[in-house]
Ligand binder design. Sequence first.
Ligand code: ADP
Length: 584
Amino acid sequence: MAQVSGKSFDAQILRGVLRYAKPYRKTFALAGALTVVLGLLSTARPLLIRDAVDAAVAAESAGDVHRILLVLFGLLLVEGLLQWSFYRMTNRLGQWVIRDLRVQLFDRLLRFKMSYFDRTPVGTLVTRTVSDAETIADIFAEGLLVIFGDFFKIAVLLLALFLTFDPTLVLVSLSVIPILFVATRWFQKSIQSSFTDVRNQVAALNAFVQERITGMALVHLFGREKAEAARFEAINATHRDANIRSIWSFSLFLPIIELLSAVSIGLAVWYGGYRAAAGDGVTLGDLTAMILFINMLYRPLRQLADRFNTLQMGMVASDRVLKLIDQKEELEPNGTHAAPLRGGIEFRNISFGYRPDEPVLRGFNLTILPGETLAVVGPTGAGKSTLIGLLLGHYEPQEGEIWVDGIPLREWDKASLRSQAALVMQDVFLFSGTVRDNVTLFEPLPDDVIWKAATSMGLAEFLQKLPGGLDFQVQERGNTLSTGQRQLLSFLRAFLLNPPVLVLDEATSNIDSETERWVQSATVALTRGRTSIVVAHRLATISHADRIAVLADGGLAECGTHAELQALNGRYAELVRASFTNAH
Ligand code: ADP
């Protein structure tokens, strides 16, 4: 997992994020205008209170005081209303922006090459799409505009202070401000590093928990519960320490600010009182207003460090998310050729390795005719699944080219190609939902169509045996069904799609003889009349194939019918003897 860097304010990243706020620039501008109005309005309250106090002290007329209080009340209402709209606007803006960002990010993920996913941990991508995107919302909800508003307010308050009161009084009261700046700078630095630690530890926790949950069977199998619990405890302790460090900074910073603001007020009262006593025209109202002004001034100052951190966190997240979105070189290449598929496939001189220096296939050639069923066999690691990955365009060969219906694979529109090919993998993916949802992929197909298909595949009995039939609830990832049963469902799914090309990776796991029977009849029905490439593990499947390709040592060792290859008495005959004698 990538570490969160302590990257500071970066205009380029900010521009990148602001790009996403463009469609909402009206709201953005309106919220900006609101902060200005709010900043200006904030000066009115202390001044009105000053007049009210002075009027009350002078006791010229109670009417004056009442009038001022009424205006004050109205002002409070207006301020409250504006605050509410500002808060609503900025938060909505944040949510809009991250919705757009997330959609774009996910859209990118969908179009990345498979090799990208081989290299990138799932946890990282989940973090990017979910929590990093969330952090970006804070740039709008709590960052940019709020910081701008705070600065503006500080400037307006200072201006109002100097314009309203005697400059010496103001200067004396605010003489501790430099200490505040030093404290804020220290706080910002310390909190930044502990926040960075916290985030990294959260990422570590996520990754750890996710991996252990996925691999729980392994954890149990090797009796690693205690050891894993201890490791988890260690990561948790680091996370706790980082959190405590940030709390420590807060616990020091907040009292310092309180102290400084109290000192400021004390200075104002002391010096103001002294001036009043000297008959300098400083009134009680002035002092009250002064105290209010100072309080108002310290509020944004106190929050500024925190806000900068929020902004910074948002920037770090933006940097990571934008980098992912801009990763164009990872996008799957796509062509434009779209046509009905006949199903002629040709591997021409293919060389490929997941790492270029470790080739899996070397100068591989194989032609599959339209409508033919080809079984692919070979020892584990020979490259059978790799062949399928290449054909599906998940990976690109380093040398050579795959031709489909006489057109190079890369010139095909991948969506068109994939919509015409059904894929049944060993590790069948099922959604949580009913059997019906899973075989129709949520298309509204009538039940009798499904039953008819099942019957012609010899799977009606299998479906009837499931409690509830088509309404049987498949749990997440199909955990309620055995591997064989899951594959049967995906056979049915493929059959209903009725594509011209079928790619089937037969399940290797042991299945009971009843399921075995269903698998066989369904495989025969499924491969009939379409180009089928079957990574085969069962003799029954292989003997039904038109031709058999034997993969070994990065190339095509033998190719022919069952009888031909048996007669050859080479690798195929050896494989048959070794793997299938026990099974049948
Ligand atoms: P088979 O399906 O015949 O058992 P594979 O095509 O799965 O063989 O694997 C061929 C070789 O490629 C093996 O050495 C395997 O370790 C390697 N391999 C398979 N998938 C990947 C991958 N995603 N990344 C790196 N190496 C891989």
